[in-house]
Structure formats: structure tokens, C-alpha cells
Write a protein that binds this ligand. Structure first.
Ligand code: EPU
Length: 320
């Protein structure tokens, strides 16, 4: 399975003390990540820090990089799973100062396009709701997609043939040395469920927000499209059950859900983790599944699909 790209050092006793004296905000030690993931499973993170503004984020990142401490930002936890062993590093959550939505110019409805800045910490649903209220079109495909704006940008979240990257003008980020940048398409590359930078200096950056390119539209039509997308999701995907959405990426020219169903794996279980009967590319937590159950089930799915079809399914869910 794909492992996350992280830095090297975990948080031993000494580094915990160093973090406690360096960071003036609060730290949640041994944070139970099941509380922060939509799969409702996972081990503990050695430390969790909520950062409220950009200056604080720059300061923290610079320090973590200097100490070579493993770190990871999470949004709303809708596409991650922390192993049962836990994550021996610092989990960063973007707080209040990263939840703003601000148009770059007055929304008179007369221009052909509008640029709107949204913080990485906003929920994707909240941002879409804002666009609907303003009568801005372009983000309707997001209706029903869980997660944060930051997550949607980093994952290039998509549905119904549209993707986040298609409406992103610039990505705002803090690099690993703490520097702030706004990067456009000459540096940022969106691909299926991924976003990457063309220059190595931006590796391990933290996305703090993005500027979106939207158009004025008919509010009633925008609402109608959103409703249609939500209804289609309800019909095809298990609603209500704890999951991380699609677990595997669709392989080129095929569909993970189709391949998993064709391998006869709907309803397959490991502990309380189950391949959804409704949509085979959803692994659902029936109640008390552990991250080990979920990962064991995912591996079993990978190997049985490979035996049947020769296709290797790659997880869409980021494993920490
Ligand atoms: N299929 C099956 N069995 C199943 C599920 C699907 O045979 O159990 C078949 C369907 O009949 C269809 C094909 O697989 O022919 C594709 O299925 P579906 O239309 O449900 O779309 P998907 O490819 O599984 C993708 C995204 C979803 C997004 C939908 C709607 C990926 C991995 N998934 O699903 O995104 O909501 O399209 O556009 O790209 C997510 O990324 O978390 C996610 C939910």
C-alpha cells in the first residue's frame, strides 16, 4: 500500500518536551485519530496542534523542519486512515484563521468570472453553500463531497467528470521553511486525485487555501444541479455509514467498484470492516472496526482483484 511521504523523526520524550516549550498554543498529546477521521477508526497521533493563523503556521513548520520531525496536516479526515500503531509525529489542524472566504473583487454579477479566495480549513460543503448564496457557478460537482477545501485541492477531489483543479486559479501554501507563496498553473500540476508541484522546493508544503475561478450563474439552476448530484450519490453510495468515500482510485479506463464487485467481494468482512453491499469501492466501518481490520480488508481486496483481473488497485485513501 502507498505510504505517506513524511519526514524521519518521531516524537520521543525529548522532542515532546521541546515541542511543549516551543509551542505557545495548546497541544493534544496522544490524540485518538478515530475521532478525527470519517472512517471512525485509527490509532493515536503523538501530538495534535491546532494552528490559528499563518504566522503561527510558518513558525511551527520552520521549527518542525529544523528538528526533522514527522508531520502531517489533516482537513476533515474524510480521506485518511491512521494505522493502529499510530502516527508518531505531529498532526496539524488548520483553525479559525484558515476558514475565511473572500471574493477578490465586488460580486456585481456583471463580470464573466470572479476570483474567490477560500481558506484550506473551510468545509467543502460550507464553501459550496457560500457560492450558492452568491449565485456563483463552477463548484456544483462538490455537492455531497465531504472534507475541507484544503483536502479537495490537495486531492484534486472530483465527481461527475469535474475536478477541483479545473476551477483553481492559484494555490496558497506555506513551504517547509515557513515561506508563504501563491502558485499558479506554471508550478502546480493537477492529475486524477492528486496535486503536485513542478519544483522540489515546494515538496512538503502545507496548502493554506486557494483562489477559485467561478462564474455568475442562475441560482435556481445551481441549487437544482447540487440537489441532483446529492440524490445520485444517495442512490449509488452508502450514506450514513462511516467510510472514507471511494477507497481505491479508479484504474485507467476501468472502475474500482466494478472490478471489486466482479471479484465477488461485496459484503466481504474483516472484523467490523466491510466492503459495502451498495458500492463495492466503499469500505465501511460497521461500528468498531480497527484500522488494522480496514487495512487487512483493503489488502485482501487488492490481492483478490489482482488474481481475477491482473489489475493492481491503488488506495485513494491516504494511509498514515
Ligand atoms: N460499479 C459496479 N459495482 C459497484 C459500484 C460501481 O459495478 O459496486 C460500476 C458502476 O455500475 C459504474 C462504474 O462502476 O459502471 C462506476 O461507478 P460510479 O458511477 O459509482 O462511480 P465511481 O467511479 O465508483 C467516482 C468517484 C467518486 C464520485 C463518483 C461520481 C473515484 C475513485 N470515485 O466513483 O468519488 O463520487 O465517481 O462522479 O474516482 C471519492 O473519490 O471518494 C468519491 C466518492
Amino acid at each position: 500500500m502507498a505510504e505517506s511521504k513524511t519526514q524521519q523523526r518521531g516524537l520521543g520524550k525529548e522532542l515532546r518536551e521541546a515541542l511543549a516549550s516551543f509551542w505557545d498554543g495548546s497541544v493534544r498529546w496522544d490524540a485518538p485519530m478515530a475521532e478525527y477521521c470519517t472512517l471512525r477508526a485509527g490509532g493515536r497521533a503523538a501530538a495534535m496542534v491546532v494552528v490559528d493563523d499563518q504566522a503561527g503556521l510558518s513558525r511551527l513548520i520552520k521549527w518542525l523542519t529544523a528538528q526533522d520531525i514527522r508531520r502531517r496536516v489533516i482537513g476533515r479526515g474524510s480521506n485518511i486512515l491512521v494505522s493502529s500503531r499510530g502516527f508518531d509525529g505531529v498532526v496539524i489542524v488548520l483553525g479559525r484563521g484558515f476558514c475565511e472566504i473572500k471574493p477578490e473583487q465586488a460580486l456585481t454579477g456583471e463580470a464573466e468570472k470572479y476570483l474567490v479566495r477560500a481558506g484550506a480549513g473551510c468545509s467543502a460543503a460550507g464553501f459550496l453553500g457560500w457560492c450558492v448564496r452568491q449565485g456563483l457557478t463552477g463548484l456544483e460537482f462538490m455537492a455531497g463531497i465531504p472534507g475541507s477545501v484544503g483536502g479537495a485541492v490537495c486531492m484534486n477531489a472530483g465527481a461527475w467528470g469535474k475536478e477541483t483543479g479545473q476551477v483553481v486559479e492559484t494555490v496558497c501554501l506555506v513551504d517547509r521553511r515557513g515561506g508563504y507563496h501563491e502558485l499558479g498553473e506554471d508550478t502546480v500540476v493537477f492529475a486524477y486525485r492528486s496535486m503536485q508541484f513542478k519544483k522540489p522546493e515546494y515538496e512538503q508544503s502545507i496548502v493554506t487555501g486557494a483562489v477559485f475561478r467561478l462564474r455568475p450563474g442562475n441560482q435556481r439552476q445551481i441549487i437544482e444541479t447540487c440537489r441532483r448530484h446529492v440524490a445520485a450519490r444517495k442512490e449509488k453510495q452508502p450514506a450514513g455509514a462511516a467510510s472514507a468515500g471511494s477507497f481505491f482510485k479508479n484504474p485507467p479506463g476501468d472502475s474500482a467498484g466494478r472490478l471489486i464487485e466482479a471479484a465477488g467481494l461485496k459484503g466481504l468482512r474483516r472484523g467490523e470492516a466491510m466492503v459495502s453491499e451498495k458500492h463495492a469501492n466503499f469500505i465501511v466501518n460497521m461500528g468498531n472496526a480497527t484500522a488494522d481490520d480496514i487495512m487487512a480488508l483493503a489488502r485482501e481486496v487488492q490481492s483478490r482483484v489482482f488474481e481475477q483481473s491482473g489489475i493492481h488497485l491503488e488506495p485513494e485513501v491516504h494511509l498514515l
